[in-house]
Each structure stands twice: as C-alpha cells, then as structure tokens.
Design a protein around this ligand. Structure first.
Ligand code: C2E
Ligand code: MG
Ligand code: MG
Ligand code: MG
Length: 289
C-alpha cells in the first residue's frame, strides 16, 4: 500500500517541470513499490578529502519518485513538507534509514560517516535528539559516524531552542555542520556560538568560482575563516577539475560534487567505492592566483 507520509505530501507537491534531477540519478524502472504515492529513498553522495582523494563520508539526500510525476525536486518536497507535520515524519524516516544503513555498512567493514540534513522545525523540540540517541544505541553505531547538516535559516527561526537541541547532540558526539554557508544571516555569530564541527560552502559560490573572481574570493575567505576557527570545511557543487584544483590550493579539506560522483542509491555506492581510485591534484596547485 501507499506510504501515508507520501500520500499527504503528494497532495501538495507540484510536478517538477522540467525534471530537475539528472537522468544519471534516476532509479531503475520498476523500482517503485507500486503504492500510489511512489517511494522515498535515500541517495548518498561521496565526500572526498581533497589532498588525498580518500572518501571521508557521504551526504544522505532524500529522493521521492512519484509514480506519475517522476523524480520530485527535493527542495520543493522539503519546502512543502516543512509547512506541515509531514516534515517531522520525513525526518524520522531519514534518521532511521541512515542509522540503519550505517550499521549495515559497518557490518561489511565499511567505516563510512554519513551526514543527514535536518529542517527548521526538527530542531525546535528535543524529539530529534532523543530519536538519534535511541537509534545509535539500538543499532550500535558510534555517534561520530553521524553528522547533522543545519542551515542558517533553521537557526534564525528560534536560536535558543535550536541551540539547546544541537548542544545535546554535540555532547553525545554527533557532528554538526553548518550547511549552505554564506546564504543565510548572521553567519559569523553562528560560527562563534554554535558547537560546530564543519562548515559547508554553498554550491552557489563553488559552481561559479572557476569563472568568477568574486565567487572565488568568497570561497577562499570562507575556507580561511573556517580553518582559523578550527572547523573542517567542505565545498559542495564541485563539477570540474579546475574547481577541484582551486579548492586544493585554497586549503579546503573536502569536497563533494558531480566531478567525483552524483548522489546514488546505497547499493550503487558500494559498487562505486569498489571501483573508485583516489584522484590527487598532480603536480600541486596550479590555480592559486
Ligand atoms: P544541500 O543539503 O545543500 O545538498 C546539496 C545539494 O547539491 C544536493 O541537491 C545535491 O544533489 C546537489 N549537488 C551535489 N553535487 C552537485 C554538483 O556538482 N552540482 C550541482 N549543481 N549540484 C550538486 P538535492 O539532492 O537536490 O537536495 C537539495 C536540498 O534539499 C539539499 O541541499 C537539502 O537542503 C534538501 N534536502 C535533501 N535531502 C534532505 C533531507 O533528507 N532532509 C532535509 N531536511 N532536507 C533535505
Ligand atoms: Mg546538506
Ligand atoms: Mg548545502
Ligand atoms: Mg541547499
């Protein structure tokens, strides 16, 4: 039968026109459960240490293949879900799936770390911290295998309650990343006050940095600032080799993007990892200008 979470979401999500998810990311035909609302799954995108080419973790990204509308734009799905209790249900599902997946990987000797995106409302109560603590214990997954990605928008909504929740998670050992850095408000306050382990440079700056010197300057300053504060810095949206080299020259710790791999289902990730040969910026940085 159809998933009740999806039946609720299905009523409000518009068809994506044109389909914004590239065909390479699409699930194979027949992957649907047959339920009228289709199926939600997690896709995983590798994160690569720039200096060594080593895979340091994955970001878990929600995918919903609607039976008639095809792959729904995740941002649209999240935006709609956030207006109701659907978001809470989705987040619970995502946390369950990802912690279970971490346990499965661990059992096969894959010591991956996974990052999960959470929304504004998820952090307003302690519920998510309770759930995460419970699942980590139940599946025997070490807390430092899990990271939460929060956005500055989420922080602005109710900074005090959000701070309480993420401080609890930080204390049990779950990493906290500030996502889409540079696109929200009061970024510097957040960097100073929150128990962060990582900053993610928003893809809107990274995508343009090879062509646009302003974008490049913003990315470089963000990397420098994050490192000065003792935070790991990850660039998202790395689509080409030139950008990768520029990030290497700028001292960025890790990157994710189509240059390395698109988000993919868990089974595909295992095959990708088996094929993967670390890429290194041969001959050192040549884009330091
Ligand atoms: P995000 O957390 O900033 O995720 C990064 C986005 O960049 C993902 O979009 C990813 O597919 C995309 N991306 C990765 N590499 C490249 C690249 O090289 N080029 C380009 N152009 N894009 C790249 P996606 O999967 O469409 O997700 C969009 C947003 O939806 C996410 O942005 C996140 O804010 C939200 N989201 C996704 N899954 C979840 C979830 O499980 N829960 C919540 N609350 N939000 C989610
Ligand atoms: Mg993210
Ligand atoms: Mg982001
Ligand atoms: Mg985003």
């Amino acid at each position: 039968g159809a998933d009740p979470i999806l039946r609720r979401a299905a009523r409000s999500v518009r068809p994506a026109q044109p389909n914004p998810v590239p065909p390479a990311e699409a699930a194979p035909p027949g992957a649907e459960s047959g339920g009228a609302a289709g199926e939600i799954t997690m896709y995983y995108q590798p994160q690569i240490a720039i200096a060594t080419g080593e895979v340091v973790g994955v970001e878990a990204l929600l995918r919903w293949r609607h039976p008639r509308r095809g792959m729904v734009d995740p941002e649209e799905l999240i935006r709609v879900a956030e207006q109701s209790a659907v978001m809470r249900l989705l987040t619970r599902r995502v946390v369950d799936d990802v912690v279970e997946q971490l346990a499965k990987w661990s059992a096969t000797g894959l010591g991956l770390r996974a990052a999960v995106n959470v929304s504004v409302r998820d952090l307003h109560t302690g519920e998510i911290a309770d759930q995460i603590a419970d699942r980590l214990t139940r599946y025997g997954v070490a807390p430092d295998r899990l990271q939460l990605e929060i956005t500055e928008g989420a922080l602005m909504a109710d900074p005090r309650r959000v701070l309480t929740t993420i401080t609890r998670l930080h204390r049990i050992g779950v990493g906290i990343a500030l996502d889409d850095f540079g696109t929200g408000y009061s970024s510097l306050q957040h960097l100073r006050r929150l128990p962060l382990s990582e900053v993610k440079v928003d893809r809107s700056f990274v995508l343009g940095m090879a062509e646009d010197s302003d974008d490049a300057a913003i990315v470089r300053s963000t990397i420098e600032l994050a490192k000065a504060l003792g935070l790991r810095v990850v660039a998202e949206g790395v689509e080409d080799e030139r950008t990768w080299r520029m990030l290497h020259a700028a001292g960025c710790d890790a990157a994710q993007g189509w240059f390395y791999a698109r988000p993919m289902p868990a089974e595909e990730l295992v095959a990708w990892l088996a094929r993967y040969r670390p890429l290194r910026p041969i001959g050192g940085p040549d884009e330091a200008d």
